[in-house]
Write a protein that binds this ligand. Sequence first.
Ligand SMILES: *Cc1c(COP(=O)(O)O)cnc(C)c1O
Length: 221
Amino acid sequence: MQIAENLKKIKSSLPQNVKLVAVSKFKPNQDILEAYQAGHTIFGENRVQELTEKYEQLPKDIEWHMIGHLQTNKVKYIAPFVYMIHGVDSLKLLKEINKQAKKAERIQKCLLQIHIADEETKFGFSEEEVFELLSSDAYKGFENIEICGVMGMATNTDNTEQVRQEFAHLKQFFDTLKQDYFAYQESFAEISMGMSGDYETAVAEGSTMVRIGSSIFGSRN
Ligand SMILES: *Cc1c(COP(=O)(O)O)cnc(C)c1O
């Protein structure tokens, strides 16, 4: 019951336009089913094998989001079913996603992961790299890709003001991309930012999609 209660509480605190991706990584199917039975159908995972197994075992109307770093050689396992890929961080990866989506006869929704944190360890494009990508001929040929927005992870710090600034920066960058590259694409609309520890700040700065794990399912071992 705890999971359903946590979900309800978080959902009621989110504005209507903000989607909740329940991050179920490392959690058993039973926990996911509890959330599902409470009416939640959007889940996020960060490892391909775990995601694929859960997809096979759980109800087929679940919308699965791949939120973690994705290796090129593993795209083929999730391309037939994954709803959205949040962590796109290279041209090479995008090329493979396009290839596998074509094979699966799908248009794959993707988010461009932007490096906004002040930590070297986090993945993501620089802003300059995104401009380069979107202007490239290779990108223009990707017929089975739909870029739906951006994703970012703030620095893991207690400094709320720094986190706020990083999220504000991502929102600003989204607005720039929208205006300069996606003005006529309605589906370019998502800003995936905010986790258990910082989602309230993210929402205040314009997040449209939060990825929340431990506040719903409890801490992971
Ligand atoms: C694990 C994870 C989350 C959720 O983290 P919590 O702190 O448990 O809410 C969000 N985004 C990504 C990319 C993650 O890997």
